[in-house]
Write a protein that binds this ligand. Structure first.
Ligand code: HMG
Ligand code: MG
Length: 303
């Protein structure tokens, strides 16, 4: 197997992980969660989302969270930004990276952000320009890169169309999202072999939801093809409320087990991620779905 020596884990738990949770999490608890994650060796945390609070009520306190967290110098703090209004709100409290987002499928795009794909491009361009003027880096998410809850299979050409537009706007990196966790390694291979001749692997990250338990296999396939950046959420939390069938992200601690055992360096400490996961598990009042948390619960039962 041809595998990298080192990968970067991008923690999206405080945003993707919480956005679909019904229980209201207190702002102070979100702050504590992010502070715990900041101490785990992670170099990237997506803290919250400056979308319309009516669309994602759980993250309506994005500005308060960003104002209260204890920032570590070597951690990049990012937030999801849908439009100029969202960026204005984020700039008042300060973020390092703005994450714009759209979908490769027309109908998910419409359901998620209320615009067609073509109508979305100028909205995001405005965000990218303004973010760059303010010295931020910009990440571009493309959702439904393999399958869409409304349209079914999505061809790699559709992903390329959106990726070209985002890179032309000036985004620094694109995160490819299997939003509803339908992809399998052969499809990930087809997608990446279509994209990689045009953009280097260092410009791409993978964002796997684990609805069918295939995310880890897809991560391994992506690594074989040269990808070294992976999004994940502690505890396997996550899901997009505007994508029926979407469930949790691949769990940070399960990916970490994989990388640690394969001697692929991450700089992230398993124990500290598990501490953060236990903290949020308690606040959510339900067992988290990751394998590592399950193992931890078994160990606690035995003692
Ligand atoms: P819209 O209703 O079409 O917005 O929503 P609009 O531009 O027509 O504005 C309507 C009103 O909302 C205006 O107020 C705006 O000022 C206000 P009025 O003038 O009527 O008083 N408004 C805002 N207020 C606060 N913050 C803002 C904002 N924008 C407008 N940012 C919009 C369009 C994009 C805002 C809406 O559809 C939205 O917020 N959608 C977010 C959906 C979402 O967050 N989905 C989940 C995240 S994506 C995801 O999970 C996938 C990912 O993880 C990758 C993967 O898994 O594939 C990233
Ligand atoms: Mg997601």
């Amino acid at each position: 197997m041809h595998l990298p020596k080192q990968v970067v884990l991008k923690e999206v738990g405080p945003r993707d992980g919480l956005q679909n949770e019904k229980a209201t999490i207190l702002t102070t608890d979100k702050v504590e969660l992010i502070n715990l994650l900041s101490m785990s060796g992670l170099s990237y945390i997506e803290v919250s989302s400056f979308v319309h609070p009516k669309w994602i009520p759980q993250l309506a306190d994005a500005a308060e969270v960003l104002a209260q967290i204890k920032r570590q110098q070597d951690v990049t703090y990012a937030a999801l930004i849908p439009n100029k209004r969202g960026l204005e709100r984020a700039l008042t409290v300060g973020i390092d990276e703005a994450s714009v987002f759209m979908s490769a499928s027309e109908s998910h795009n419409k359901n998620n952000i209320n615009k067609s794909i073509d109508e979305t491009f100028p909205v995001l361009l405005e965000v990218v320009d303004e973010a760059k003027r303010n010295g931020l880096t910009v990440r571009g998410y493309i959702s439904t890169v393999v399958g869409c809850p409304y349209e079914g299979y999505i061809a790699p050409e559709k992903v390329r169309h959106v990726a070209d537009a985002l890179f032309d706007m000036g985004v620094d990196e694109i995160s490819l999202g299997d939003t509803i966790g339908v992809g399998v390694p052969t499809q990930i291979e087809a997608l990446l072999t279509h994209l990689l001749p045009h953009y280097g692997p260092e410009r791409l990250a993978m964002h796997f939801h684990d609805t069918r338990g295939i995310a880890i296999a897809n991560v391994v396939k992506s690594m074989e093809l040269g990808i070294t950046k992976f999004d994940s959420a502690l505890g396997g939390l996550g899901g997009c409320p505007y994508a029926k069938g979407a469930s949790g992200n691949v769990a940070t601690e399960d990916l970490l087990y994989l990388f640690d055992e394969m001697n692929i360096h991450t700089g992230v400490q398993m124990e500290k991620v598990l501490t953060a996961a236990s903290f949020i598990e308690q606040k959510l009042g339900k067992p988290l779905a990751s394998k590592q948390m399950e193992i931890q619960r078994h160990k606690e039962d035995e003692t």
